[in-house]
Design a protein around this ligand. Structure first.
Ligand SMILES: [Ca+2]
Ligand SMILES: [Ca+2]
Length: 272
């Protein structure tokens, strides 16, 4: 009798082991499935090249094939010596609250932008869109599906180009925490869940000088004369007698190789 009893106990133990394994596998699969069906965010810029002083807009898109999204944290970094955020507006979706807000119910740009603590040349824009209508004082519907960043964005951010260079606008996404980075949040029966599944791609664009700013002699052509004029002031610095800010195209206080390269890079261009 002893051997069959041991056998039975062994079989039961083995069955329990199998059952636990199956439950664990099911749980893991569920977690994986949730992650795979998570939402993604996107950006689209209105231009790939802009001139100093011009504005461009960056739309925020969302693709959430399964989850109902009731709020999105948009956290972007950008090079603040080349560009600044000058406005943000909601798109045409039911996410009708744009945060942060001032006491008088306007979008609070000053509160939304801060200089990065570890890199003063980088600024962080953090805004939120949520399913609430402040004017009507009531919640609005959640959203799901595809919201194209160029044609149907959740929000549109206006930037002004300040200085020539390559602008990178990148998402801040660490995948943890509900408020410390970019998120898409679903609200299922009052339980909020972060469903953003991957780091979204950013956008890049080039800020350039207007043709007229480089056409120093005003003959409507960027030509060898313009190159010679800036080259003649090479290695002069702000405060020097010969320094002329007109030729300091990137406004860094020095007329150097970069300024000459900027003229040479536009050589033979005909100004409108
Ligand atoms: Ca010229
Ligand atoms: Ca310069």
């Amino acid at each position: 009798m002893r051997i069959p009893l041991l056998l039975a106990a062994g079989l039961i133990s083995f069955s329990v082991f199998l059952l636990l394994g199956a439950v664990l596998a099911a749980l893991l699969n569920r977690a994986k499935a949730q992650n795979n069906t998570g939402a993604t965010l996107s950006l689209a810029s209105s231009a790939t090249t802009v001139q100093v002083g011009q504005t461009f807009t960056v739309g925020v898109g969302l693709n959430s094939p399964v989850s109902q999204i009731s709020g999105v944290d948009v956290m972007l970094s950008y090079n603040n010596t080349l560009t600044d955020v000058t406005d943000a507006q909601l798109g045409n979706t039911t996410l009708k609250l744009l945060a942060p807000q001032t006491d008088t119910g306007q979008f609070d740009l000053a509160k939304a932008v801060r200089v990065d603590a570890t890199d003063s040349a980088k600024s962080i824009l953090h805004l939120g869109v949520a399913s609430f209508d402040l004017a009507a004082q009531q919640p609005t519907a959640s959203i799901s599906g595809n919201f194209d960043p160029a044609t149907n964005p959740l929000a549109k951010i206006t930037f002004t180009a300040k200085k020539p260079g390559k602008v990178n606008i990148d998402w801040q996404f660490d995948g943890v925490g509900v408020t410390s980075d970019s998120n898409a949040v679903s609200n299922d029966g009052g339980v909020t869940t972060e469903v953003l599944s991957a780091a979204p791609a950013g956008v890049t664009l080039n800020v350039i000088q207007a043709c007229s700013a480089i056409d120093f002699n005003g003959n409507k052509n960027i030509d060898i004369q313009d190159i010679q004029q800036v080259a003649a002031l090479w290695n002069t610095f702000s405060g020097d007698q010969n320094y002329n800010s007109l030729y300091d195209l990137d406004q860094n206080g020095a007329i150097d190789i970069r300024d000459i390269q900027m003229v040479a890079g536009r050589w033979l261009e005909v100004c409108p």
